[in-house]
Design a protein around this ligand. Structure first.
Ligand code: 4NP
Length: 147
């Protein structure tokens, strides 16, 4: 996959997608790859806020602290080559929120290589470590798929 810019999307942009952004940024930096990453939420509740403190704590080895939530905008479809949703519900919402554009829109979890389609939302499950582990596995799988 030839991609220059990747957007991760979840519901609130304070748990799953900022974690994916920070993990992928770390993986890309370690590999010396010049690919832009960003994250956004389908919802607007937390716009301007940092990631949720328990998510920051669980992912303390990654740089989540400077991130701020934003909402998806229609034009994201043209600013990114690949847009990856945290679950199938987010993927469905993206179908109505994004303009027609060049981005390929997909779910993130299957990049981990298993049967899992959705990253369970730790905001509701409380399993921040489990979400991080799945996000790390998916980012590793995504790295292996990049040209
Ligand atoms: P996220 O988790 O989508 O992984 O950022 C959520 C955080 C907040 C809310 C929903 C999901 N909320 O409804 O406030």
């Amino acid at each position: 996959m030839a991609v220059r810019a990747i957007l991760f999307v979840c519901l609130g942009n304070i748990c799953r997608s900022p974690t994916a952004e920070a993990v992928m940024r770390a993986r890309l930096a370690a590999a010396g790859r010049d690919i832009a990453v960003d994250s956004a939420g389908t919802g607007a509740w937390h716009v301007g806020k940092p990631p949720h403190p328990p998510m920051i704590a669980a992912a303390a080895e990654y740089d989540l602290v400077p991130l701020r939530a934003r909402q998806v905008v229609p034009g994201d479809a043209d600013r990114f080559d690949l847009i990856l949703a945290a679950d199938r519900s987010v993927l469905a919402d993206l179908g109505t929120m994004l303009a027609a554009g060049r981005a390929r829109v997909d779910v993130l979890a299957p990049y981990a290589g298993g049967a899992v389609q959705d990253i369970p939302d730790p905001y509701y499950t409380g399993d921040y470590a489990g979400a991080l582990a799945l996000i790390e596995a998916a980012c590793d799988g995504l790295m292996a798929r990049l040209d």
